[in-house]
Design a protein around this ligand. Structure first.
Ligand code: B30
Ligand code: ZN
Length: 265
């Protein structure tokens, strides 16, 4: 039992519900997408996004990964499964200790090397805290990562990792990053109602998971694994491996009675 949650055997996903009861809810994320059990729809309005590259602010080592904070002003995510306008608050990534795992969502049981999350807040809620209380509070765009060539925009994030080695460290991003560069060419996606994949695991997310993965390099994922899960002033764990964020993904949870839709745009 630990409010200091993480991804090791003592504080990992199977223990989260002891401190965060919502983690055992029936609308949790991620899930395995069974592509044979879906309804296909064409939304009346296409999913549409607008981002301002200059609005990226800082990058932080949260102790469970990196998060790039974005000034939400001027960004927009609308259409598709969404009834209201959403704005981009932050983006972050999940990865595995090896390249054969790391994604949170799986497709017919297949795991990808990682998963990028663009986290948007519904503008009808004035703060993140307020949005957490509602099933339509957030929309997270999930982008599956597969191994391949170096991703130019992802590299701007990776280049900062050595500046935020320790938990709690924050640095200005310094360069603009265009979040739309993470969205795959083919914009077909799956959508369903779910939760934050980390504590407090609130069931407040309209999930949009793009079907087509994007490529990042092995070296870029290796660099992410060099982040540490303890503070600079902290005690270095005896077991060296324990001190690195080698993996930070939650395994899939039951779909239950939820409907997963496949959308063409
Ligand atoms: S995810 O996209 O489902 N992985 C949050 C947002 C999106 C996801 C998970 C969590 C979130 O807003 N969590 C609460 C805020 N966090 C701040 C953070 O971004 O890093 C505080 C916290 O510690 O509990 Cu972690
Ligand atoms: Zn995430």
């Amino acid at each position: 039992m630990s409010t200091d949650w993480g991804y090791n055997s003592k504080n990992g996903p199977s223990t989260w519900s002891e401190c965060f009861p919502e983690a055992k809810g029936d609308k949790q994320s991620p899930i395995d997408i069974n592509v044979d059990e879906l309804k296909t729809i064409t939304p009346t309005k296409k999913l549409s996004w607008k981002y301002i590259p200059e609005n990226v602010e800082t990058i932080t080592n949260t102790g469970h990964g990196w998060t790039v904070k974005v000034n939400a002003a001027g960004s927009e995510l609308t259409g598709g499964p969404l009834k209201e306008k959403y704005v981009l608050e932050q983006f972050h990534c999940h990865w595995g200790c090896s390249d054969t795992q790391g994604s949170e969502h799986t497709i017919n049981g297949k795991r990808y090397a990682g998963e990028l999350h663009l986290v948007h807040r519904n503008t009808k809620y004035s703060s993140m805290i307020e949005a957490l209380k509602h099933p339509d509070g957030f929309c997270v765009l999930g982008i599956l990562l597969k191994l391949g060539k170096n991703h130019h925009e992802f590299n701007k994030v990776v280049a900062q990792v050595h500046n935020i080695q320790f938990k709690g460290q924050t640095k200005p991003m310094g360069v603009p990053i265009d979040p739309s560069a993470f969205i795959p060419q083919n914009v077909a996606y799956w959508t369903y109602q779910g939760s934050l994949t980390t504590p407090p695991c609130h069931e407040c997310v309209v999930w949009v998971l793009f079907k087509e993965p994007i490529e990042v390099s092995q070296e870029q994922l290796r660099t992410c694994r060099m982040l540490r899960n303890y503070c600079k002033e902290g005690i270095c764990p005896i077991d060296k491996k324990e001190g690195f964020i080698t993996e930070n993904f939650r395994p899939p949870l039951p779909v239950g009675r939820r409907e997963v839709l496949e959308c063409t745009h």
